[in-house]
Design a protein around this ligand. Structure first.
Ligand code: ACO
Length: 381
């Protein structure tokens, strides 16, 4: 096959698969799942409905949704033997590392040939979405020396996740905000973690290995890990007046330091998910009381628009998500795992799509090393 010798760093703008799952038009801030605008899905749908849409291609009927939900609820439990692995980890293990270990451990129970069997594949896709919140919540409790809380069959996916973290049913507004956040993070076309999932899936590795690869890719601070850093970064701004915030941003930009929660490979306007999260944040703060960090974030957004808006650098999804999660009482190092609780649904939708017409990923490279060198024996070096 003819090979292109043109290197495109980060594969920016290079299509690597056909997909009908998530569509983005970054020039106008449009995001759709299976053709439905994100704004409508966030307003109208429970997370489980969105999982069905992503993985099966259509919105479910009422009966299909009821069955799908019931199946997800049955699959929430994680066996004690699998959770036992967490007891052996050092307490300081980052929850994303623990999640990879948890998902890989579930892989130990994998049976059958998911490549040949579509029903098995779909079943595992549902099972993993159902179990990831249980793993995240269990590690969070075990690391504090507490016993994991069993899932509750009478609660929706998002509400049950918050319940398993604290062992208490959350405030209805908190449950609603968490639900919308899960809907917003479920899918985002060919980002780094989804690409990682598709690459691993293309080798016909099992779905647990696929999700482990994707979790690793999501954990980095240029991807999902940015949400953890936004709050820490905001707290370093010494002078919160408009002039102080502007000076801080100017200094950082002059040093070419990235401002976390801003910029996106695809969006050149404000990320539509950041708009929705900001709306949720302002509702949450109106109800539960404002916090200076939210006002500071709004100020920074305004100053950044003046400074770098013309370069297409606007808030991305991570800018407001951390502020919202903190207000929900979620610890900072769980922000990226919360992202994974949602995105696992999209990763597995991509695995299902990849396996419909699979070809192993095997890109080429631009060779910059030496060739045909004369070997020098160890004694002569
Ligand atoms: N702060 C300051 N400058 C920025 C930022 C930012 N957050 N983002 C981009 N820029 C500037 C770069 O310095 C560069 O400027 P130059 O052309 O003068 O050299 C230009 O914009 C292009 O930036 P790249 O990093 O090359 O853009 P790329 O598409 O490769 O990266 C990325 C996108 C990784 C998201 C980047 O914007 C970034 O690092 N943002 C901060 C981290 C972050 O918030 N990540 C979360 C992304 S959303 C998600 O993954 C869920």
């Amino acid at each position: 096959m003819a090979q292109s010798s043109t290197l495109v760093p980060g594969l920016a703008g290079i299509p690597c698969a056909k997909s009908a799952i998530g569509f983005i038009d970054g020039s106008v801030g449009k995001l759709q799942y299976r053709g439905y605008p994100i704004e409508v899905l966030a307003e109208e749908c429970a997370f489980e409905e969105v999982v069905f849409l992503l993985q099966r291609g259509e919105l479910p009927s009422a009966t299909e949704l009821e069955e799908f939900r019931a199946e997800m609820i049955r699959e929430r439990e994680v066996s004690f033997r699998a959770l036992d692995v967490f007891e052996r980890l050092p307490e300081r293990t980052h929850p994303m590392t623990a999640l990879t270990i948890g998902v890989s451990t579930l892989g130990g129970y994998h049976e059958g040939d998911h490549v040949e069997d579509l029903e098995l594949r779909r079943g595992i896709a549902l099972r993993l979405v159902a179990k990831v919140p249980t793993l995240v919540a269990a590690w969070h409790r075990i690391r504090q020396g507490k016993r994991p809380v069993s899932p509750r069959a009478d609660l929706g996916h998002a509400e049950n996740f918050l319940y398993m973290l604290e062992g208490e049913r959350p405030d209805p507004m908190a449950a609603h905000v968490a639900e919308v956040a899960l809907v917003l993070h479920a899918e985002h076309s060919m980002n780094a973690s989804t690409f990682a999932a598709r690459v691993t899936g293309s080798t016909l590795a099992d779905p647990y290995a696929v999700v482990s690869s994707a979790i690793g890719a999501l954990s980095g601070r240029l991807h999902g890990g940015a949400n953890e850093r936004v709050l820490a970064m905001l707290r370093t701004i010494p002078d919160r007046s408009p002039e102080g915030v502007r000076r801080w941003a100017e200094d950082r930009l002059a040093r070419r330091d990235k401002i976390m929660g801003f910029g996106h490979r695809v969006y050149k306007v404000k990320d539509p998910r950041a708009n929705i999260l900001q709306g949720l944040a302002s509702g949450l703060f109106a109800k539960l009381g404002r916090t200076p960090i939210y006002d500071l974030a709004v100020e920074l957004e305004g100053q950044m628009e003046k400074l770098v808006g013309h370069k297409g650098i606007y808030p991305n999804v991570d800018f407001y998500s951390g502020i919202v999660y903190e207000k929900l009482g979620i610890p900072v190092d769980l922000f990226t795992p919360v992202f994974a609780v949602s995105r696992v649904s999209g990763w597995l939708a991509h695995l299902l799509e990849q396996l419909e017409d699979n070809r192993i990923f095997r890109p080429s490279q631009v060779w910059v090393g030496e060739s045909d060198r004369a070997f020098v024996a160890l004694a002569d070096r």
